[in-house]
Design a protein around this ligand. Structure first.
Ligand code: DGT
Ligand code: MG
Length: 362
């Protein structure tokens, strides 16, 4: 097989997803990607995150791969695909499917765990422990003796919010937001926030910015050129949208000095937002950034999750820098802020190739 000689070295020699373009919909290997995503999801709901990560990385390679994989030899050369997954791909090449993925899709336990983990406030560990207690339905979960506040809200709002973490092909997933749904909500927020303070700058991020057709939530950065205005901004935005009858519940709130610490110091608030045309409550994540934090917030909240992971790993290992949504820093003690004002500047300083948001879908 002479095909392997002309492969772009970027696809063979890097384990950093942030160095290569990954489209939303793979041009090649689409069915294979879909099957591996089922297995990734099964590992996730079984709380085997390391193993899930191996699948995510293999999936990312296949999504960015410039052609259909056709040979066993080819798989072996690709960095990021280990022997276990390589074997599954091989069996896919022979049979057109992966038996394990087919089994998972028929497995009631898998679907129940997926359902539980889709409740706001319920992680994979809790979902598993509830399953082990014998819970099988949402009603069972509602009867759990010591639900946290977040879980009580999540269960109360379940029919609205359950789309949040369910994959698009899940049988439970019927209410994800189209781009039009997101735009309807975004326009309402924009109008109200501009009325509140015309100086505010709004920027939708997350999957919507990456071009996703079906969205779990709207992630929205709000910023203001006046640093003094920023501390009171979130309260004002929430108050005005609550008074307008749009925000129905506060789901989660983190102050900028919150203990979530290293990962994210940006002030944020997740809310249930009533979409007028459908009367469904949708999750909107507000993220507040000062002007000097804006560029890093943009890079940090556009995603995908795997893209962010690889970017942070690249910054640390290859550049001795720390990238976070609130800023780019030197990896020293104490850390020193490296001022940045645009997304492109961050890419340049990190030395990673510029990728449009649509190409960060690893
Ligand atoms: P979705 O909402 O399920 O359709 O898909 P995404 O890709 O919009 O995912 P989402 O909304 O969970 O998160 C948007 C991006 O923002 C994600 O790719 C990584 C980042 N992100 C999410 N949560 C956090 C967080 O708590 N801190 C930081 N720094 N980034 C986050
Ligand atoms: Mg999102």
């Amino acid at each position: 097989d002479g095909r392997d000689v002309d492969l772009d070295p970027r696809f063979l020699n890097t384990s950093y997803e942030c160095l290569r373009p990954t489209p939303l919909k793979p041009k090649f290997n689409a069915k294979l990607v879909e099957l591996l995503e089922v297995i990734e999801r099964a590992r996730e709901v079984n709380d085997q995150w390391r193993n899930a990560l191996s699948y995510r990385r293999a999936i990312a390679v296949l999504k960015s791969y410039p052609r259909d994989i056709i040979s066993h030899k080819e798989i072996k050369k690709i960095r990021g695909i280990g022997s276990k997954i390589g074997y599954q791909i091989e069996s896919y090449l022979r049979t057109g499917t992966i038996t394990e993925a087919e089994h998972i899709l028929q497995d009631k336990r898998f679907h129940t765990l997926e359902l539980f983990a889709s409740i706001f406030g319920v992680g994979f560990k809790t979902a598993l422990s509830w399953y082990r207690k014998g819970y099988r339905t949402i009603e069972d979960c509602k009867n759990h003796p010591n639900l946290t506040k977040a879980q009580q809200l999540g269960l109360q709002l379940f029919d609205d919010l359950r789309e949040k973490t369910l994959p698009q092909n899940s049988p439970f997933s019927k209410r994800r937001m189209s781009r039009e749904d997101v735009e309807e909500i975004y326009n309402i927020i924009k109008e109200n926030v501009k009325k509140l303070d015309p100086g505010c700058v709004l920027q939708p991020v997350g999957g919507y910015r990456r071009g996703k057709e079906l969205n779990g939530d709207l992630d929205l950065i709000i910023s203001h050129p006046d640093e003094e205005r920023v501390p009171s901004l979130l309260n004002d935005v929430i108050t005005t949208l609550t008074e307008g009858g749009y925000i129905k519940n506060l789901l989660y709130r983190a102050r900028s000095e919150s203990r979530t610490g290293i990962i994210d110091h940006l002030e944020k608030c997740f809310v249930a937002f009533l979409q007028p045309s459908t009367q469904i409550k949708r999750q909107v994540d507000f993220i507040i950034a000062t002007q000097s934090q804006f560029a890093s917030a943009l890079v940090g909240w556009t995603g995908s999750r795997q893209y962010e992971r690889s970017l942070r790993r690249y910054a640390k290992r290859e550049k001795k820098m720390v990238f976070a949504s609130h800023g780019l820093f030197t990896n020293t003690k104490p850390r020193i802020l490296i001022p940045t004002s645009t997304e492109r500047e961050i890419f340049d300083i990190l030395g990673v190739p510029w990728l449009e948001p649509e190409m960060r879908n690893c």
